[in-house]
Design a binder for this molecule. Sequence first.
Ligand code: GGG
Length: 346
Amino acid sequence: MALIAILPGDGIGPEVTAEARRVLEALDLPLAFESALVGGAAYHATGEPLPPETLELAHRADAILFGSVGDPSCDALERGLRPEQAILGLRKELTLFANLRPAKLFPGLEDASALRPEVARTIDLLIVRELNGDVYFGEKGMRTTAAGLRQGYDLMSYDEGEVARIAVAGFEAARRRGGRLCSVDKANVLETSQLWRDVVTEVAREYADVTLTHMYVDNAAMQLVRDPGQFDVIVTGNLFGDILSDQASMCVGSIGLLPSASLDDTGKGLYEPIHGSAPDIAGQGKANPCATILSAAMMLRHSLELPDAADRVEAAVARALVTHRTADLGGTCSTREMGDAVLGAL
Ligand code: GGG
């Protein structure tokens, strides 16, 4: 029996994880579920965004299904108490350094894409985002300059070990897919990126079967809308990966469609939609649960080694989207109706 930790979090997190759990339960697999509070919900109940009991469950579970964190009522709190610290803490505590974010156009969703249909149809890419370094985890703070001005700072830093392990994840993914890896950095300006480029090039020696290219992040953002079909796997840092994957989501129709897997090097994983808590629509049954259901499919594939079940869920989402759409895709379905449609298509 595999134990799945369900961490719904804030905003629309509880609504979308509920639908993903229904889909997992319908598969009739030997899965057990335990839930715990995280993010703003945990802060309001316990005074901490990532309480010890949540962390204990995350360690004990075979895999984690995560909703979203972010709560405007916590905006004025000191940084360590903000909901977002919960997901950063989980990624760091569990050494979940490789974040896989696939983007592919589902059949029939051309009209929802921000791109022309013939361009949208070419998208089938995977962004491999580094998750344990960069400005997210470098030294940060507020200070006062000599001129008496407030100054905020976040140090961007990567060591060569951190770059090498995410490069390996990128090359391995490219080897499993189309054999092309594009490493995205800002090596013309940033020292961190110069190291990134050097280390990725060194790791490439072990992957003669994968074609490596390098691209500056500003160019990558432009190429992603101009000619997204050129990309197979993109490997990049924490901040660039966060931004590029949100951009990729609109190329396939909605941020409500993009799942993710955050993996360590043993197969343990946390699975979450790339979207945040969307407080403006929380509790209204409007959220698209597909990204979370597709994240559950990634969990079946990567942590539970159940590729057939994963294929089944992904095919059901594709079928459901032919006839059902939530508001983000221009439709009128509620979160529950979309979940029902996926269950019906299983
Ligand atoms: N499900 C994704 C989520 O909750 N995102 C909120 C967030 O603050 N994420 C930080 C990040 O991924 O950079």
